[in-house]
Design a protein around this ligand. Sequence first.
Ligand code: ADP
Ligand code: MG
Length: 252
Amino acid sequence: MTLLQTRNLTKSFGGLVAVDTVEIEVEENELVSVIGPNGAGKSTLINLITGMLTPTDGDVLYRDTNLAGKDPYEITQLGIGRSFQTASIFPELTVQDNVDVASFAAEQGSFTVNFLRRRDRYDSVRQRTADALELVDLEDEADVPAASLPYGDKRRLEVAIGLATDPDLLFMDEPTAGMSPAETEMTTNLIERMQTERGMTIVLVEHDMDIVFDVSDKILVLHRGEIIADGTPDEIRNDETVRSAYLGGEEI
Ligand code: ADP
Ligand code: MG
């Protein structure tokens, strides 16, 4: 089943067309990577779909809903999450408290009718947090102040914050940027488990081509705001347009 579809999606910043009539389709439980050089429009594309930016033109269809014009909060409520590139962590709070904040916000959406049943709400907030921390493997760090985590753990905490809303579709923008090889491997493993163990659909922007070709079901290549190729890792690896425009003819 097609979970997400964009039609004619376009974003202009003044004279610059950062995302140019982009049409993509993401199937349920697929892991789709978006690759392309710096400035290609990858982050803008994610920002358009998650409501951080308003499209200049075009539509974003998620299940039966058109997301165009919805704000990020509404989009989160529909089951779309994202892990943020910039710090979304409260450094002085513990790991647990950081995720609780997100879990609590998520529960407010689903518990408005039951708002008097406070005990239930408290339990389900705790459950959301426990599930998220377990998936990113930070249960043992629950009581540690976020500020004292190593860099890779901080990034996984950001993922846990994104997971607290229990999204069906998760966007990750350069999740391994700045990570050591060991941290990168942990994160790659986490991405694969979110897809296989939790059945999530994932859209990944990632500059490390080894990871992209390893984990993706489908790869979309953005170049100057336009999709110039899409296909399986094998198809993209052998695509002449991609090689000359982006991969510079290198062996990958
Ligand atoms: P990528 O994530 O692929 O590196 P971006 O989506 O960040 O690329 O940027 C695509 C283009 O849009 C770049 O030329 C960038 O400078 C421009 N751009 C991105 N955001 C803005 C903005 N808020 N205002 C003006 N130009 C922007
Ligand atoms: Mg970017």
